[in-house]
Design a protein around this ligand. Structure first.
Ligand code: HEC
Length: 385
């Protein structure tokens, strides 16, 4: 990095600071660390560094030192690195940021010290690898395969998340449709999903509101590889006719849906996510069978050499087609922008515009927005500073 760039990054941070948008500590870190004291102790392996710098608090087994031997009060989020469920879902960069900037730099407890001066970046990289080795059970999908959530294309990664998505129709009959999705991970490869839609629409001058068809789904990871950067899942779900069909809030019939979801890492922090599936109503009198295909392309850009706030521009290509004779495929394009809001990055927002690309009769442009809360990483009000 040239000094010119450093000046401007610092300037930008100073500019954004009053809005709480800057995450870096006031003094930007040097591009590389000078050889440290710890390095002079010839600490080469992750294990050696961990034992010299971390076991006092985290314990030699990564579960945390004996409570009687540590003076601090453990925060609820205090990690047990041997717990695969907690440690494998973290991205290496997230651990790296916590070690480099300390707990405070990531919206965690200040008890976790910053090691930006005591350790070099290569040493921190070795530590992160070592932390991951505490999980003894193979096959847990790693956080690197947890690609940023697109607006419509479902992820392959099993999550502990709550998302509220809002779509506002800009032309024609005004309507606001929302869905609250709740996702809960069950063990290594399974995830339960609950979707509660609720909408408001204007009809003959009056606004009507109501709950839509509530859906329940089960996702299962079929395969994943960190080496190739691939994760593949299948999901089955059922939508119950809880919504009022006459008001346009529901289908009026039970609907079964099944889909496959694929996430693939591409070079330069880019990714592609694909979801393809079919919908089977229990009666095709009012609702035909249908098929859909969704693709999201995106790239994540992270401040502070990959350790700070994350911005992810994405574009989705969305297709659906009724399985009836002569039906045409509807295509939508949805450019969008996701950003991490909290310092801990567990609260994110995404905003985009869904534009019908063909068959535009009866299909209007929508402004879409979501707010995402990765509740495994902490409460809604935690992790902001
Ligand atoms: C003085 C005690 C102390 C020392 C020394 C310490 N830690 Fe921590 N560490 C903590 C505490 C407390 C937390 C939990 C912070 C929270 O959840 O709010 C933590 C959290 C972490 C996290 C974040 C986990 C997550 O959930 O994202 C990582 C990674 C970590 N420590 C690694 C290390 C490494 C590696 C070392 C040695 C280089 C180290 N720690 C040394 C106390 C310590």
């Amino acid at each position: 990095m040239t000094s010119k760039h450093r000046c401007c990054a610092a300037g930008l941070i100073a500019l954004l600071a009053p809005f709480g948008l800057a995450q870096a500590p006031a003094s930007a870190p040097p591009p590389t660390n000078p050889p440290s004291k710890i390095q002079s102790l010839k600490l080469d392996t992750g294990k050696q560094i961990f034992e010299a710098a971390c076991i006092g608090c985290h314990g030699s087994n990564g579960k945390g030192a004996l409570e009687s031997s540590t003076a601090f009060e453990r925060p609820a989020t205090f990690p047990d690195f041997s717990d695969c469920s907690g440690s494998m879902r973290e991205r290496e960069n997230d651990y790296k940021a916590a070690i480099y900037y300390g707990g405070h730099g990531r919206g965690f407890s200040e008890i976790m010290p910053s090691f930006s001066e005591a350790l070099t970046i290569p040493q921190i990289d070795k530590l992160v690898q070592y932390l991951r080795s505490f999980c003894a059970e193979p096959g847990w999908p790693k956080g690197e395969l947890n690609f940023p959530r697109a607006m419509a294309t479902e992820k392959a990664f099993p999550e502990d998340e709550a998302i509220i998505t809002t779509a506002i129709t800009t032309k024609g009959t005004p309507s606001v449709s929302n869905e609250l999705a709740y996702e809960k991970r069950l063990g290594k490869l399974t995830q339960l999903e609950l979707g509660i839609p609720f909408s408001a629409a204007k009809d003959s001058g009056n606004w009507y509101g109501g709950v839509g068809d509530i859906r329940v789904g089960l996702k299962r990871v079929l395969g994943q590889s960190l080496r190739t950067g691939t994760i593949l899942s299948a999901q089955g779900e059922v939508a119950l006719p809880t919504g009022n069909r006459n008001r346009g809030f529901g289908n009026g019939v039970t609907l079964f849906e099944t889909f496959g979801a694929l996430g693939q890492a591409l070079p330069g922090n880019s990714f592609v996510q694909v979801q393809a599936g079919m919908e089977f109503p229990t009666s095709t009198k009012n609702l035909p069978r249908a098929t859909f295909w969704r693709t999201a392309l995106g790239k994540s850009i992270q401040a502070d050499r990959g350790l700070g706030r994350m911005w992810t521009p994405m574009v989705e290509f969305l297709a659906d087609r009724d399985l009836v004779k002569g039906a045409r495929t509807n295509w939508d394009v949805l450019p969008q922008f996701q950003v991490t809001l909290s310092k801990r990055q567990h609260i994110r927002a995404n905003v985009g515009v869904r534009v019908p690309a063909n068959n535009t009769a009866g299909r209007s442009t929508q402004v879409v927005f979501y707010l995402l809360w990765d509740w495994f990483d902490g409460g809604l009000r935690e992790g902001w500073k």
